[in-house]
Ligand binder design. Sequence first.
Ligand SMILES: Cc1cc2nc3c(=O)[nH]c(=O)nc-3n(C[C@H](O)[C@H](O)[C@H](O)COP(=O)(O)OP(=O)(O)OC[C@H]3O[C@@H](n4cnc5c(N)ncnc54)[C@H](O)[C@@H]3O)c2cc1C
Length: 153
Amino acid sequence: MIASLDSRTAPFERLNSRYVRFLDVLRARGFEGEIAPDYANRTVLATDNSIYQRLPQAAVFPKHAEDLERLAKLASELPHRDIVLTPRGGGTGTNGQSLTDGIVVDVSRHMNQIKEIDVEARRVRVQAGVVKDQLNAALKPHGLFFAPELFHL
Ligand SMILES: Cc1cc2nc3c(=O)[nH]c(=O)nc-3n(C[C@H](O)[C@H](O)[C@H](O)COP(=O)(O)OP(=O)(O)OC[C@H]3O[C@@H](n4cnc5c(N)ncnc54)[C@H](O)[C@@H]3O)c2cc1C
């Protein structure tokens, strides 16, 4: 049986005009990632690894750090200060932390590069959308892993 979203996430909920304005200006300012106010993307990101559901106004998928700067700068400007931005990685938080009725800033689509592995110092530099399995696959040839490793407990 396919579970359906409950009435809190019904499609008749219209986009808030403040959010529509924010997304229009964001686009005009040169945001290079995708801006997704469509119901399909909103529905996908209305759930995470928790029991909760919350329908966002939109999702955005930043391409790079400059896109994040564009978002933060715009949200700090007076007409947009009540806009809610909620970052999201894998959505694996178990308490609904990545759910929002504002805008989901999903960094997992594009910002998922492993920038540097310093084996000597046992340090890695990654973008915020890297998931642990991906990191551990890259670390394995060096005999390292990022904890916790559930399968070895
Ligand atoms: C099977 C399982 C086992 C786990 N075991 C452990 C454990 O042993 N130890 C432990 O500490 N945790 C454990 N966790 C929890 C785990 O740490 C979190 O699920 C994980 O850190 C969430 O990462 P995420 O990228 O999926 O974040 P999300 O679920 O996407 O987001 C979590 C929160 O972080 C914020 N956030 C996400 N990305 C960013 C960003 N780039 N910048 C700022 N804020 C951001 C979100 O807004 C949200 O509030 C476990 C989870 C699972 C499912």
